[in-house]
Design a protein around this ligand. Structure first.
Ligand code: A2P
Length: 290
C-alpha cells in the first residue's frame, strides 16, 4: 500500500466562494469517487460520468488537470492525456487505470487525487480497440502489458465480447506479481460477482481464459508473452493449435515494444491490422505512458 503521508495536506473541498473570481471554473469537470493505489507505480480511480457520454467498450478519452499558472500570462491551461476507459459502457461511473510517473507532467499530480477532487474529462471517446474494427471470428485474444490492461478491463465486462466469440483469452505481462493485481482482481470479480454472472452468463464466463505472466519476479508463468507465443508455450498451456486468420482475432495494448513485436508475430500468422473504417483481424493501441 502506498505511504499516504506524502498526500498531506489533504485537499480541502470548499464550497464555491461567493466571490467566484478567485476560483477558476474547471471545464468539463468530473468528480473523483474512489481511488485505489495498487503499487508505487500503479493506481486506479473512478469518476462521475457525464450524462451525455456514450462510448464503445475499449475506447479512450482525454483526461487531466489544470496545469500550473503561467507566470508570464497568469493563465492556466488544461494538461490532458489519452486514457482508456477501463469501465464497461453500461457502468454509471467511469474507471481509469494509470501509471504514476514521478516526473511525469500529469501523473506526478494526478496520483494525488482523492475522492471529492475534480478532474477534467473531454467527453469525446475514440479508439481502435473496439469490436467494430474486427471481422467476425471464433477466438478473441487481448494482449496487454502494464496499464495496457485498461481497455480490456472494459471489454471483459461487455456482454458483446462473449456473444461474439467462442473463447476470450486475456494475457497480461507485468514486471512483478503486484503489478498483476488490478487485472487479477477484475477477473475474480467477473467470475464471482453475482451481477456479472447474470450479465455475462455462465456460458459466457466459461469462455474466459486468463493468462498472466511476469518477467522480473518469480510467478507460476514467467516470460514475455511474445517469447511464450514464439516458442509455442502459450498454445501448449491452453491446448490450442495456434493462431490463424480464419479463427483468431486480437487486440493489443501495451508499450511500443510490445505493440511492434506482437504485430510482427500476428502478421506472421497471417493476420492483418484492422481499423474502424476497415475491420480486419487485429487492432493495436499504445498504452498511456506518463
Ligand atoms: P521486461 O521486464 O522484460 O522489460 P513496463 O513496466 O516497462 O511497461 O513493462 C511491462 C511489461 O512488459 C514487462 O513485463 C516487460 O518485460 C514487458 N515488455 C516490455 N517490452 C516488451 C516487448 N517488446 N514485448 C513483450 N513484452 C514486453
Amino acid at each position: 500500500m502506498m505511504d499516504m503521508t506524502e498526500q498531506s495536506p489533504v485537499t480541502e473541498q470548499t464550497a464555491a466562494p461567493v466571490n467566484a473570481t478567485a476560483q477558476p471554473v474547471l471545464p468539463d469537470a468530473q468528480t473523483v469517487t474512489a481511488v485505489t493505489h495498487w503499487t508505487d507505480r500503479l493506481f486506479s480511480f473512478r469518476v462521475t460520468r457525464p450524462a451525455s457520454l456514450r462510448f464503445r467498450s475499449g475506447e479512450f478519452v482525454m483526461i487531466g488537470l489544470m496545469g500550473d499558472v503561467n507566470p508570464k500570462t497568469g493563465k492556466q491551461k488544461p494538461l490532458l492525456r489519452a486514457y482508456s476507459i477501463a469501465s464497461p459502457s453500461w457502468d454509471e461511473e467511469l474507471e481509469f487505470y494509470s501509471i504514476k510517473v514521478q516526473d511525469g507532467p500529469l501523473t506526478s499530480k494526478l496520483q494525488h487525487i482523492q475522492p471529492g477532487d475534480q478532474i477534467i474529462l473531454r467527453p469525446k471517446p475514440v479508439g481502435t480497440l473496439v469490436h467494430d474494427a474486427l471481422l467476425p471470428g471464433k477466438r478473441l485474444w487481448f494482449f496487454a502489458t502494464g496499464t495496457g490492461f485498461a481497455p480490456f478491463a472494459s471489454l471483459l465486462r461487455d456482454p458483446q465480447t462473449y456473444e461474439d466469440y467462442d473463447q476470450v483469452i486475456i494475457t497480461h505481462t507485468c514486471r512483478d506479481v503486484a503489478e498483476l493485481e488490478y487485472g487479477k482482481q477484475l477477473i475474480e470479480t467477473i467470475r464471482t460477482d453475482e451481477m456479472m454472472q447474470e450479465l455475462l452468463g455462465e456460458d459466457g464466463l466459461a469462455k474466459l481464459v486468463y493468462y498472466p505472466t511476469t518477467t522480473r519476479e518469480e510467478s507460476p508463468k514467467m516470460g514475455r508473452i511474445t517469447t511464450l507465443l514464439q516458442d509455442g508455450t502459450v498454445f501448449k498451456d491452453l491446448g490450442i493449435d495456434g493462431i490463424s486468420a480464419e479463427t483468431d482475432r486480437a487486440m493489443v495494448c501495451g508499450s511500443m515494444g510490445l505493440n511492434t513485436d506482437i504485430k510482427e508475430i500476428l502478421e506472421g500468422f497471417g493476420l492483418e491490422e484492422g481499423a474502424n473504417s476497415e475491420p480486419k483481424h487485429y487492432v493495436v493501441e499504445k498504452a498511456f505512458v506518463g
